[in-house]
Ligand binder design. Sequence first.
Ligand SMILES: [Zn+2]
Length: 247
Amino acid sequence: MIYELAQPHYNHGPQFPGQPPNSIEFQQLAVVDGATVERCTFMTHSGSHVDAPFHYLPHLPCIHELPLSHFYGFCVALDLRGFAPSHPIDADDLRRHEALITPGTFILLKTGGGEKRGNTREFLTAWPYKSGNGAQYLLERQVKGMGIDGLSTGGYPDVHAESDAHQLLLGAKKLLLEDIHIPDALLDGRRRHFAAFPILIANAGGAWSRPIVWDDGDLDSDSSAAEIATTIPNSVAAAMALQRSAS
Ligand SMILES: [Zn+2]
């Protein structure tokens, strides 16, 4: 089985408070110009994306300076649903899942935010986030990185909430993957293959990614594996359809 973890990009899609809105426009249309081409104005840290250490630490690598091996490996998903808005996910929260948090593994934190994604006050300002203390615990467990189904690894609006976990994890060159969808089927405690390769942007602190998870052997056979895809929520599908017909 192949699992889709990416969230879609679209006009005015959800992103970190204070950033200018993303836009996707038709630069030309096939019916008029012979071919359809879009023009995108995007923030690098919007939609499903990975953070490079350079994002917080100017002396550390940018996206293009990280080896491909930084972006794949084994993952396990943790069921962290049910926290209150703005809950700092700390070491005690993670210790309950200690048996799954093993050296070299990517840890996917399912808070339930991925299903609530939208331009709502809760999703944009009050997602459960990784605290500095929780980040320290992940470092002690020697994980390879982490992904979260909220807007960011850190929280909002407190400056420590926002930066402590970023500073610690990026300082140790761990992969951070943000604003993803984590299918419930991944909450069975099994280790699976994981990849979140970024678009190759020069000198950037972050880049968009289409992360996937797959079961052992699934990409090795001649026949293609079954897929579990994120369904685009109705509200988003309607907005995208509107944008398409208006152009
Ligand atoms: Zn980011």
